[in-house]
Ligand binder design. Structure first.
Ligand SMILES: *Cc1c(COP(=O)(O)O)cnc(C)c1O
Length: 414
């Protein structure tokens, strides 16, 4: 690839090909096999050794199957953090259920426990039913306030599905994310902490829960010599080839995480005294983020070169490399978008060969979820308008960070 600095690109350890070769040599080119088993065992040990792990075709599939296993169906409601990528909430609608969005608190940018409890009480009073699950999300790797969330979940008897897709290897109070709740979601998409090209996993409490997830991930086949189906299943198992990439990636997982953390420290140091720019920091050492992406917010009063021209030209592709698979936009603006200085910073960095990206647009501001109930406090919307993700991956060097920070400074008009 070119000299352009990307947000978070996959980085191979060099050991992936040996695992893939072995799959070919032993004729295991199918969605099961030794690499799948080996990768699951690696993940189990990595997450502490106490829980079971099922390797799946994507993180989205993991969310979907966790919801299914929690008994979510038509007419149900599921509470989900609003400030997230759409994969946290879309599977709720796949099951005919309704997402109930809850806003964030400013320390971690993740689900606000007080608002979560208010939402539960209000849903029970309005619908006469408890929400079927609670989905907190480790945004950009930052741990959610899981002790409070688990307390509230226990009080009302609602299972927690941790969306730790971005929080692979993050810990709260020393314990790995994904191992607190009923289920934990991981993603190995191309831009995540480790990759299998595309893939995901579900962390399960025990072998029985794992078995049930595997049943639904392989088309719900009953135990007969022929294909007998008594439930609807899915084709969601990870392939033995992808799992081979995963096994190679596991040999560098800790290195990757240390690298992301070191870049965060450097960004903090270099941006620490830049007026108008704030690095999103961990609230305390209890919140051991993997810093999948380092994020900053820009003060509304900060002037950025070219901000008067921001949003004057339509973008052609979609964010996240999905160019060609998006609909053409019908307008230059939506009613909720990043401030002009943020867009100008994104464009200015882009012109200097640096990819940056706005924060996730809160789901309660997405037209597709216009009718979903939402419990808001303004936090995620304000952050979305002011925030930007900076390059943070294993392909980003410390010199790159120095160049990025110099570039950010050069775009500010004092
Ligand atoms: C990446 C991601 C997922 C899962 O995505 P896949 O691309 O399907 O692996 C789920 N939730 C969040 C918050 C994510 O960022």
């Amino acid at each position: 690839m070119s000299n352009r600095i990307y947000l978070c690109l996959a980085h191979m350890s060099g050991r992936e090909q040996a695992f893939i070769q072995e799959a070919f040599d032993t004729n295991w080119v199918v969605p099961l096999g030794p690499n799948v088993n080996g990768f699951e065992e690696d993940l189990k040990q990595f997450t502490g050794g106490e829980r079971e792990v099922v390797a799946l075709s994507s993180g989205t599939a993991a969310v979907h199957l966790a919801l299914l296993a929690c008994g979510v169906g038509p007419g149900d409601e599921v509470i989900v953090q609003s400030f997230t990528f759409c994969a946290s909430s879309h599977p709720i609608t796949y099951l005919g259920a309704t997402p109930v969005f809850v806003d964030s608190e400013p320390d971690t940018w993740n689900i606000d426990p007080d608002l979560l409890e208010k939402a539960i009480i209000d849903r029970i009073s309005k619908t006469g039913k408890k929400p079927k699950a609670i989905i907190p999300v480790a945004l950009y790797g930052m741990p959610y306030k899981i002790d409070r969330i688990m307390e509230i979940a226990a009080k009302y008897g609602i299972p927690v599905i941790e969306d730790a897709a971005e929080g692979f290897g993050s810990r709260y109070n020393g314990q790995m994310l994904g191992t607190f709740g009923e289920y934990g979601v991981l993603s190995f998409n191309g831009n995540k902490m480790i990759t299998t090209s595309g893939g995901g996993a579900l962390i399960c409490k025990d072998a029985e829960a794992k078995k049930e997830i595997m049943f639904y991930a392989t088309q719900a086949r009953e135990a007969y010599p022929y294909y007998q189906h008594e439930r609807v299943g899915y084709n969601y198992r990870m392939s033995n080839i992808c799992a081979g990439i995963g096994r190679g990636q596991m040999t560098v997982a800790n290195e990757h995480i240390e690298h992301h953390k070191a870049l965060y420290e450097l960004y903090c140091e270099l941006l620490g005294n830049v007026d108008g720019i704030t690095v999103h920091r961990k609230p305390s050492d209890k919140f051991d983020s993997n810093f999948w992406l380092v994020t900053i917010t820009l003060d509304v009063s900060l002037h950025v070169k070219g901000e008067e021209k921001a949003y004057s030209k339509a973008v052609t592709g979609a964010v996240g490399g999905a160019a060609g698979v998006t609909h053409a936009s019908s307008a230059l603006h939506t009613e909720c978008e990043p401030n002009a200085n943020v867009e100008a910073m994104r464009m200015g960095l882009d012109a200097l060969g640096i990819e940056s990206r706005p924060l996730w647009k809160p789901m309660h501001k997405q037209p597709v979820y216009a009718n979903a109930p939402a419990y808001t406090n303004g936090v995620s919307e304000a952050l979305f308008k002011r925030g930007l993700c900076l390059p943070s991956g294993p392909c980003v060097s410390k010199d790159d960070v120095r160049f990025i920070v110099e570039s950010v400074k050069s775009l500010i008009e004092r």
